[in-house]
Write a protein that binds this ligand. Structure first.
Ligand code: FKS
Ligand code: ZN
Length: 343
């Protein structure tokens, strides 16, 4: 399996994340992908290439123009306003406020486009997000060109990003770009399977009214886990998308037994949907030692999960999402890829 990866990810490394009322070193840090690269090489998956330039037309087709303008210009505007630190959202359009009217002031504008305040942006975030999107796009082109599967080692991740909001360490929805590209390249129906511990609210939001894209997510129950405000089992899609969203919220302490039962159900739903291509939002923060999650999967479970996903026998692009037990993130992510290839 070929891996697409860009060193440009390094341009996004904020010094701080707001967590528990303190500023901590961000959990979503460059060393995560270094562990994945090391494990890929250890397992002989050494076909690792850098993507070309991002397909900006496809990114513009996915994201709102004003949101892309914001992402590109936020840092300059923030510093022009005399802000001393990194970009962190502090003001949000709360209930019964004007959530559809972007402020002129950059401090207000940041909160308009942010869905959470833990994620800081810096001067290199835009470039890093574009390079991550480019890896996803290149992986999809490789599969559309005939490869059975490909791995987009994306950093920053993407599944919390909507067409017009960032947060949860995400800016551009890489998995959504891949799904749309599969559709443009002729796949009539595409499925996105999100196994990251956190609900892929952005991916769900983008495709919620679409009948051609199936979205399934296994995640920590919204009552207990970020992003908190989406991911309930009764969210099944709307309009043409009715029945094409399947959420599997699960409680703290969930182990591989119930988690894999949910996976099997999602796989059956994807098969019944008639997907012709598959995108996997590959987060491995369901791992038992993940510092910000509460499932109890162990490393061999990720190998078995990959094998089960492989039984779909679909052209597949894996997009790296989360996973914060840094020493294990490489083993767990590559285990999914190896299990998939062994199916
Ligand atoms: N005190 C820690 C609270 C953390 N709150 C934000 C969690 C973001 C999770 C991001 C992710 O893992 O879902 C992604 F895949 F996008 F990276
Ligand atoms: Zn996650």
């Amino acid at each position: 399996m070929k891996t697409f990866f860009s060193e440009e990810h390094r341009r996004h490394f904020p010094q701080a994340e707001l967590s528990g009322g303190q500023f901590v070193t961000p959990y979503e840090r460059p060393s995560r992908v270094e562990y994945v690269l090391a494990r890929l090489k250890e397992r002989g998956m050494t076909d690792i290439v850098a993507p070309g330039a991002p397909d900006m037309a496809a990114i513009r087709a996915l994201c709102a123009p004003d949101y892309l303008d914001f992402l590109e210009n936020a840092w300059a505007e923030w510093k022009a306003e005399g802000m001393a630190g990194e970009i962190i959202a502090a003001n949000f359009p709360a209930r019964r406020m004007q959530a559809g009217r972007p402020p002129r002031n950059i401090d207000g504008k940041v909160g308009y486009y942010a869905l959470a305040s833990e994620t800081a942006m810096t001067g290199g975030t835009w470039a890093a997000a574009l390079s991550s999107a480019a890896s996803a796009q290149a992986a999809q082109a490789h599969v559309a060109g005939g490869a059975k599967s490909a791995f987009a080692l994306c950093r920053p991740p993407g599944h919390h990003a909507t067409a017009d909001m960032y947060g949860g360490y995400c800016f551009i929805n890489n998995a959504a770009l891949v799904a749309e590209a599969f559709r443009r390249d002729g796949a009539g129906r595409v499925a996105i399977l999100d196994i990251d511990f956190h609900h892929g609210n952005g991916t769900q939001d983008i495709f919620y009214d679409r009948g051609d894209i199936f979205f399934a997510s296994l995640h920590g129950a919204p009552e207990d886990a970020f992003p908190y405000f989406l991911g309930f089992a009764d969210e099944t899609g709307v309009g043409a998308g009715e029945g094409t969203t399947a959420n599997y919220p699960m409680l703290p302490g969930t182990g591989y037994g119930p988690w894999s039962a949910a996976l099997d159900d999602a796989i059956a739903r994807i098969r019944a949907f008639g997907a012709e291509a598959l995108v996997v939002s590959l987060g491995v923060d369901a791992y038992k030692d993940d510092p910000i999650s509460f499932f109890k999967l162990d490393s061999p479970d990720f190998m078995d999960a990959g094998r089960r996903i492989g039984t779909l026998g679909l052209p597949t692009v894996f997009c790296m999402e989360g996973g914060y037990a840094i020493e294990a993130v490489g083993v767990n992510a590559v285990n999914v890829l190896e299990g998939y290839q062994d199916a």
